[in-house]
Design a protein around this ligand. Structure first.
Ligand code: HEC
Length: 397
């Protein structure tokens, strides 16, 4: 069973990555095309054209609203790249977060809830984020883009606050990512696709197209464009325990989301606003400074709490702690049923490896306290402090 789970996880993640690259890549290409259109006055119905060079030849792309009746035989749609990214993402959510009693979603220090409730809150937030966003933009508020943008940001922010108060930092991050991905997918399937179907129908039925549908589709496509940078960060956030495991996990995400959307905006206006690069570099610098401050204080800005250990701590004190609290998972043949092979290939059966990993161990066990995973082996605060003291004293004998 464990190996079937591993296989499904591998397949889903690989598919998710491939489809995601195709979807986001295309979405960026089309946004780029739209921003670089040059007028073609001689061609009726043409919105603009681009000339590009790639793959050993020139490409001339013309964006146009064809005259009624003038539909080509073959028309390429781009919806399954998004559809498959979302479906494989939801499969991953189930495989990684929901299975195993949702242990990875619950952190008793955040909220003492059951795995079932954690799943309920997570799924509820995902559905609510799309429904509220769509209602905002379809309501009269949607006629005022600035207000509607603020309302959408507020809606996602409040749902994120709920997630950060209910789930483990890691699960909260990923759920904010799924909320964003779901909003983007909803835009594709419930607004952009219907508008395009209407465009095709109008053209083939010799009717005039209704411009507001096209405008709406473009608007949602621009929203998706802004959401890509934060979404892509959340996809890789699992590799950075200093972000989701930070005492200020929510603030880290907020800074990265705001900073990256700001940079995306400056990149979007780069063809019409000459000062964009200065502002983009300034914003990049400011975001990096904020991140350095967060990374330097992963356990929060107040001095770390926990018992202080007096006197010399040697390997003979630490070895039994590691053997009991870490080796059940971090071994060539783990005894913990939840892991099949040594996590990330890291074993702690020999002193040498523990020594080599000491800085990483201090970060995960003493500062972030998100190792042992879910504290499956019941490490005590005193034991954490002892490991910390041993490393502070040079991790010698
Ligand atoms: C229940 C199983 C489990 C136990 C017990 C456990 N770990 Fe881990 N550990 C994992 C998993 C899974 C990962 C990979 C995912 C991650 O990094 O969060 C990991 C990752 C790590 C990493 C990061 C490796 C890297 O590539 O950066 C370190 C360091 C670590 N563990 C140290 C420890 C120490 C020290 C202990 C004992 C105090 C311990 N772990 C106990 C499951 C466990």
């Amino acid at each position: 069973m464990a190996s079937l789970h591993e296989l499904l996880h591998l397949v889903a993640r690989w598919v998710h990555l491939i489809a995601g690259i195709m979807w986001i890549g295309n979405s960026m290409l089309f946004n780029w095309l739209d921003r670089n259109l040059e007028p073609v006055p001689e061609r009726p119905g043409a919105v603009g054209e681009n000339w590009m060079i790639h793959s050993g030849g020139f490409y001339q792309v013309v964006k146009l609203i064809p005259a009624p009746g003038a539909l080509p035989k073959t028309l390429h749609w781009f919806k399954w790249q998004n559809g498959i990214t979302w479906l494989s993402g939801i499969a991953l959510l189930g495989l990684v977060y929901h299975l195993g009693g949702a242990a990875i979603m619950v952190d008793a220090q955040v909220a003492a809830i059951t795995g079932g409730r954690a799943i309920g809150i997570g799924m509820g937030a995902i559905v609510a984020s799309w429904v509220l966003y769509d209602v905002i933009w379809r309501s009269p508020l949607g006629k005022h883009p600035t207000l509607a943008t603020l309302a959408s940001a507020l809606e996602v922010f409040l749902l994120s606050v709920l997630l950060f108060h209910s789930l483990s930092g890691r699960a909260a991050y990923m759920h904010v990512g799924v909320m964003i991905g779901t909003i983007m997918t909803g835009n594709v399937w419930f607004v952009i696709m219907p508008a395009q179907r209407e465009l095709v129908a109008a053209t083939s039925e010799w009717r005039k197209q209704r411009p507001e549908r096209g405008y709406q589709a473009k608007q949602r496509s621009v929203h998706n464009n802004y959401l890509t940078f934060p979404l892509l960060f959340i996809m890789i956030s699992n590799h950075f325990p200093t972000t989701f495991g930070n005492a200020h996990d929510a603030a880290v995400l907020l800074v990265l989301a705001a900073g990256s959307m700001g940079i995306r905006h400056l990149m979007n206006i780069r063809f019409t606003y000459p000062g964009w690069l200065t502002w983009a570099l300034a914003l990049f610098g400011a975001t990096c400074v904020a991140m350095l401050v967060f990374f330097a204080h992963p356990a929060g800005f107040s001095p770390a709490r926990g018992p202080s250990i007096a006197g010399h701590v040697g390997w003979s004190d630490v070895e039994p702690i590691v053997a009991r609290r870490c080796v059940p998972c971090h071994a060539r043949h783990p005894t913990n049923p939840a892991v099949t092979t040594a996590p990330n290939g890291v074993t702690f059966e020999e002193r040498d490896t523990v020594y080599r990993w000491r800085e990483r161990i201090r970060l995960r066990v003493v500062e972030l306290r998100n190792m042992p995973l879910g504290n499956a082996t019941g490490i005590t605060d005193d034991e954490r402090a002892r490991i910390g003291a041993w490393i502070d004293q040079g991790a010698r004998d």
